[in-house]
Design a protein around this ligand. Sequence first.
Ligand SMILES: [Zn+2]
Length: 375
Amino acid sequence: MKSVIDIPDLSVEEIDELIKTAGDIALHPEKYAKSCEGKILATLFYEPSTRTRLSFTAAMMELGGNVLGFSEPGSSSAVKGESVADTARVVSCYADIIAMRSPKEGAAFVAAKNATIPVINTGDGGHAHPTQTLGDLFTIYREKGRFNNLTVGFCGDLKYGRTVHSLIEAMSRYPDVRFVLISPDALKLPTFVKYEILARHNVLYTETDSLEEALPSLDILYMTRIQKERFTDPAEYERLKDSYILTVEKLASAKSDLCIMHPLPRVNEISVKVDKDPRACYFKQVENGKYMRMALILKLLASAKENPETEDLLAGRSVLINEMKCTNPRCITATEQELDHVFRVVDAEAGICRCVYCEKKVKADSEMMKRVVRR
Ligand SMILES: [Zn+2]
């Protein structure tokens, strides 16, 4: 049995297979209308995210299955202090698959470790939101017919935007992909993404603060929201905010087959007038996200049937267990009782490790590194 916590949990082959299934569902929805008859999806949403929850609910209903769950922690036993691990065990008795959203980073990982049914992470704090990325990938595939040989521009908040980091990670695995990173200085792509993803995959990228200059070279433009509260200097926000708004005028210099994407919700970073342009793909992205969620539900239910054993999420990894404590206050280890503090080794020579729940980076000393365990 398999759970999906983050995009790297899926191989390129598995993503290809999901895209194939999603494409078939989009063409022949009637073929799948009874595929999940008698199956139950539990949507456990510890923080409200109406959009994602509706997408999962629609996905399961269109497969002929049922949905139960809660949409905010106030209506669950979380207010009584029940752990994520216990909730996952309890819900495993009622449902066949779990979709979990939590503000705590690593919550879905803990759920997957304890549930006896597959778990899909539908967002854990600032950490991961893999089904958004799967929908983004399906959109690129439907619009371009390929993942290789593309110039992809990311515009806006590249520092905090987890959808951006996740799509960069997913696209970096394909050949001849180039990135153009368009952002103000204060919101540039973090160095860890540059070193641990772009450099590792040898991906070419350029950085600019001008959307207008970057536009003509792009095959795909991924827009994001710039939030005022991310700026330390309000004057800088006022000075920059309009330069990252996509307008009909700016689009005049873009390619005729440009694909414009946005994870939504939009505030004002894409002019409403752009919606009528055939290059606008952000509402198609919503529908594509639903098809990919349907494909993922089908795949995970089939894999759970084939192999009911809960998978070891750390299999094949070199880890340090309870040698250090994760200090990220948003990490699930900060609140869930008696949880092992586990770090995976990223760079053995330098002693660089990351928390398996929230990805927080720590440095282990040479004595600790002698106690690394291979799972
Ligand atoms: Zn952590």
